[in-house]
Design a protein around this ligand. Structure first.
Ligand SMILES: Cc1ncc(COP(=O)(O)O)c(C=O)c1O
Length: 417
């Protein structure tokens, strides 16, 4: 029988079909088309409350902020706000969608290594919880734009080379993010001279898809060496399983190690913030595709109706996934490249993957696509951005509808009516 351990918690095989949130994938495909992002809503809610409980039980003054970049949709933000989470946003765009979704501005933190005046103005106008100062130019911008005293955190570059793909590591000495430790005293002195800046604490984020908890402890140690503050935002970064053989720490273990390290090194009398993205949403979502063609050349290519247009993770950092053909559970598996429909040989969702008897018209489900896939959707080769469907208790509801050609073409100026 097929291994469905990477699928969201509610996934269940039902004859030649698969249910997520009680909904049959064949029915979802018939109603909403493919490609489509399907989210197990209860799994999303459960992960959010697991995060909040894991930190809240260990440290009362903790706040879990969803990193909106991982799934920048009001439909997801609304569910997570309903579970009591706050949000971290990068720039005015993510702030706009968080506010549109009804997020509480007091529980929003804004980052960005290169914020514009507009970003800062939007953050000030919304009176968000904290602006994260990423460098000296942020200090100048806030000084020029803020009329009231504004709570900020200082992002420190902890000098940790995380064991993750280079594109996902953000805490190294040469990183474009944050202020290197040796410049922190200068940054603090500059902020102290600006009446509108109220420096409350420090922020760090060492990267994404990090599976070794020691690295988070090293991050806490790096922050402890900078000085004593009332607020520490430790960023996100916890990794998840993408393939059966992967091992990833549980949210509870991550919280246990992080809070223990914080109590040891930063003291108990602090506000503690974390900003999970990937580990909160990735396992709760799948992408549903339909096979368009099966072709044997020097390799076997199983091509589906999406690809780089809806999942850039393989291209950007070589992420492998564990796709399954839906329904052919006991059929013999073949070794194939699961490829997309875009005009690039690099448009491979996962190379060298065992697929059970793939045929034209089959549905393919790709687990663990609930983070950073919707985020980086694009119109390559005229691809339309897929819908987002929430499934729970056997009912499906649309969170985001599929883009239309009219919307895509409609941005062009001078085409007539
Ligand atoms: C500042 C910051 N916080 C939080 C996150 C979320 O990281 P992840 O999705 O790995 O949890 C990111 C993403 O890299 C980030 O840059």
């Amino acid at each position: 029988m097929a291994d469905i351990s990477l699928l969201p918690a509610s996934a269940a095989i039902d004859g030649n079909d698969l249910r997520i949130g009680g909904c049959l994938l064949t029915e979802l495909a018939a109603e909403f088309g493919t490609p489509a992002f399907v989210i197990d809503e209860q799994a999303l809610r459960d992960r959010a409350s697991r995060y909040a409980d894991a930190f809240g039980a260990r440290h009362a003054r903790s706040q879990v902020h969803f990193a909106v970049k991982a799934f920048p949709s009001a439909s997801v933000i609304r569910v997570l706000a309903d579970e009591g989470l706050g949000f971290d946003v990068v720039g005015g765009g993510e702030l706009a969608i968080a506010l549109a979704a009804g997020a509480d501005p007091a529980k929003i933190v804004m980052h960005g290594n290169a914020k514009s005046d507009r970003d800062i103005e939007a953050a000030l106008a919304a009176r968000i919880g904290y602006i994260v100062v990423d460098g000296f130019d942020d200090i100048d911008r806030i000084a020029a734009l803020a009329r009231d005293r504004t709570p900020v955190l200082l992002r420190v570059s902890p000098g940790i080379d995380s064991a993750t793909h280079a594109a996902l590591a953000t805490g190294g000495k040469a990183s474009k993010f944050g202020v290197p430790a040796e410049q922190v005293p200068d940054a603090i002195a500059r902020m102290a001279a600006v009446p509108a800046i109220d420096l409350r604490g420090l922020h760090a984020h060492i990267g994404s898809q990090i599976l070794n908890l020691d690295q988070f402890e090293a991050e806490v140690a790096a922050l402890a060496s900078v000085g004593e503050f009332g607020v520490y935002d430790l960023g996100g970064g916890l990794g998840v399983r993408y393939e059966q053989a992967d091992v990833a720490p549980a949210i509870d273990d991550y919280a246990g190690r992080l809070v223990a390290a914080a109590h040891r090194q930063l003291g108990p009398d602090i506000d503690l913030l974390v900003e999970p993205g990937r580990s909160l949403v990735a396992p709760t979502g799948v992408t549903l595709y339909r096979v368009l063609t099966v072709k044997q050349t020097g390799r076997l290519h199983v091509a589906v109706d999406g690809g780089m247009g809806d999942n850039l993770e393989p291209s950007l950092y070589g992420q492998r996934f564990s796709p399954m053909t839906v329904g052919n559970w006991d059929a013999p598996a073949v070794l194939a490249d699961l490829v997309g429909r875009h005009c690039e040989s690099g448009d491979v969702i996962t190379p060298d993957v065992w697929l059970a008897s793939p045929r034209v018209g089959d549905l393919v489900v790709v687990p663990v696509t609930g983070a950073y896939c919707f985020t980086m959707c694009n119109n390559y080769n005229g691809a339309l951005k897929p819908p987002v469907i929430f499934c729970a208790g056997g009912s499906a509801r649309l969170g985001v509808r599929r883009e239309t050609y009219a919307e895509w073409v409609g941005r062009e100026v001078g085409l007539g009516s």
